[in-house]
Design a protein around this ligand. Structure first.
Ligand code: AMP
Length: 114
C-alpha cells in the first residue's frame, strides 16, 4: 500500500492538528503555515488525491463540503468574507495530494491571485 499523506495521518490522529470542525465526512484544521490571519483547510475523510480524481460517486460528498464552508466560515468569525481555494496539480502548486479546500480570511484579499 502507498504511504499515507500527511492529511490522512491527521484524520487518523497520528499527528496533531488544530482541528476546528469535524463531522462524519470531513475535517477542518488550521494550516500550519497560515497565509492570512485565519487559514483553515477543509478536507474530506475519503482519500481523493485531487479534483481530477473525483468520480460521480463523490457528487454528494463534494456538495457536502461546499455546504459546510459557510457554516465553518461563520464559526471562524469570517463575517466580512473569505476566500476558498482548491489547488489542483503542479501548476497550481498543490503540495498535498489529498483534496482540500483552503479557507482564508481575516484580511482583505487581492485579485488576481499570484
Ligand atoms: P496545497 O499547496 O494546496 O497542497 O496546500 C497544502 C497546505 O497544507 C499548505 O498550505 C501547507 O501549509 C499545509 N500543511 C502541510 N502540512 C500541514 C500540517 N501538518 N498541518 C496543517 N497544515 C499543513
Amino acid at each position: 500500500m502507498s504511504e499515507k499523506t500527511i492529511f490522512r495521518r491527521i484524520i487518523d490522529r497520528e499527528i496533531p492538528a488544530d482541528i476546528v470542525y469535524e463531522d462524519e465526512h470531513c475535517l477542518a484544521f488550521r494550516d500550519i503555515k497560515p497565509q492570512a490571519p485565519t487559514h483553515v483547510l477543509l478536507i474530506p475523510k475519503k482519500e481523493i488525491p485531487s479534483l481530477n480524481d473525483l468520480t460521480p460517486e463523490d457528487h454528494a460528498l463534494v456538495g457536502h463540503l461546499i455546504m459546510v464552508l459557510p457554516k465553518l466560515a461563520a464559526q471562524l468569525g469570517l463575517g466580512d468574507g473569505y476566500r476558498t481555494v482548491i489547488n489542483c496539480g503542479p501548476d497550481a502548486g498543490q503540495e498535498v495530494y489529498h483534496l482540500h479546500v483552503h479557507v482564508l480570511g481575516g484580511r482583505r484579499m487581492t485579485w488576481p491571485p499570484g
